[in-house]
Design a protein around this ligand. Structure first.
Ligand SMILES: [Mn+2]
Length: 363
């Protein structure tokens, strides 16, 4: 297991990479090149340039999060082939630069949705929060604009401003796309890119829908174990895997996170895990919370133990954190609370490892 943290290059992060190296037990970062427009190739030189910055700080850059997928691919338009070809080239280039894991999502239009980016908790820390009625009462473009207003000037990954004007038309488009058509578009994409990932030594890791339930009449993709199994069957390869995000998938209390962790890790289809906690007010309203089990609804010990016992050998990052101690940072991505989260998870991992001799796992 390798503990990593997300980091945004090119001065687009309040956290200097040198500080991440000082978080005990963290060996690398997950990065994205957010300046390259969605659909275009990530040139090898641009990837290597960032990798060298990461290496110079004494960290690894084995995980990319994310290379976003052009909407034409998700829509299944004839123009998708050009973008898929670009995606294949990008995967090849990432492999050349030593990348091992590529996190992406296949959600239509929306990358993720929250009703507030700085909701105040009783201890005066702030967190991202989700109130279902508020989100449904608005429209995505409004939500994007209000989130941008709260983002402290940082770009929000997946909510690039250039995408906002097209959102209404895109949502309209999907009202006539049947769920099984959408899955066919995903299979078309995977059949084209997974073989390149295999050749390049990269494992694709799809991120669950966030939140994992229907919004705005858009097709659902990865919101429960049944859909994850379906995804894995679309293209049977170890390079077609999953990012298990306990904050996204775990927002639906019907999802048994330790059971999902066990199944995916045992299948060796789980290269990447996002660990964060959520505190529900109702089944469809929640606040993100500190990582500790006692601060939210997840039993983090049970999740970590499930991963360990199943032979998990991928990357973990503390997902979002709270904003604490006066830090000003990109929403969800302050240094302090994520560092606390990383070390809490590492503590759980060490305890589980020392208490439970690892059983041999067939490869
Ligand atoms: Mn996540």
């Amino acid at each position: 297991m390798k503990m990593i943290m997300r980091w945004f290059p090119h001065g687009d992060d309040s956290v200097p990479i040198e500080y991440i190296r000082q978080v005990p037990g963290v060996s690398g970062v997950a990065v994205m090149l957010s300046r390259i427009p969605v659909g275009e190739v990530w040139p090898l030189e641009a990837v290597v340039e960032v990798r060298d910055v990461v290496h110079a700080a004494g960290l690894e850059m084995e995980v990319i999060e994310s290379v976003n997928i052009h909407e034409d691919i998700k829509k299944g338009l004839p123009t998708r082939d050009r973008y898929i070809e670009n995606y294949r080239t990008t995967i090849h280039n990432l492999g050349q630069a030593g990348v091992k894991c590529l996190c992406y999502n296949f959600m239509p239009v929306l990358d993720w949705a929250r009703s507030a980016l700085a909701h105040k908790l009783p201890d005066n820390s702030t967190v991202l929060s989700y109130r279902d009625a508020e989100v449904r009462a608005g429209n995505p473009a409004e939500m994007a604009r209000s989130m941008a207003g709260e983002s402290g000037g940082y770009s929000l990954p997946g909510w690039e401003p250039e995408r906002i004007p097209a959102m209404a038309a895109d949502i309209e488009f999907y009202q006539n796309v049947a769920q099984n058509e959408y899955w066919k578009n995903m299979k078309y994409f995977l059949d084209a890119v997974v073989p390149v990932a295999e050749e390049s030594g990269i494992r694709m890791a799809i991120h669950p829908d966030d939140p994992p339930w229907e919004l705005f009449g858009l097709p659902k993709v990865i919101g429960n174990l049944e859909n994850i199994r379906k995804l894995l069957a679309l293209h049977d390869s170890k390079a077609n895997g999953v990012t298990m995000c306990t904050g996204s998938l775990g927002a639906d209390q019907g999802n048994d996170m330790p059971a999902i962790a066990r199944e995916l890790a045992a299948l060796d289809r789980l290269p990447f895990v996002h660990l964060r906690n959520v505190k529900h007010l109702t089944p469809r309203d929640f606040d993100e919370s500190a990582h500790l089990s006692q601060c939210g609804d997840h039993d983090m010990f049970a999740i970590v133990k499930a991963l360990y016992d199943s032979g998990f050998d991928g990357y973990i990052r503390p997902d979002h954190g709270r904003m604490i101690w006066g830090e000003e940072a990109r929403p969800g991505y302050g240094l302090y609370d994520r560092a606390l989260g990383a070390n809490y998870i590492l503590g759980l991992w060490e305890a589980v490892a020392k208490m439970t001799p690892r059983r041999a796992v067939a490869s």
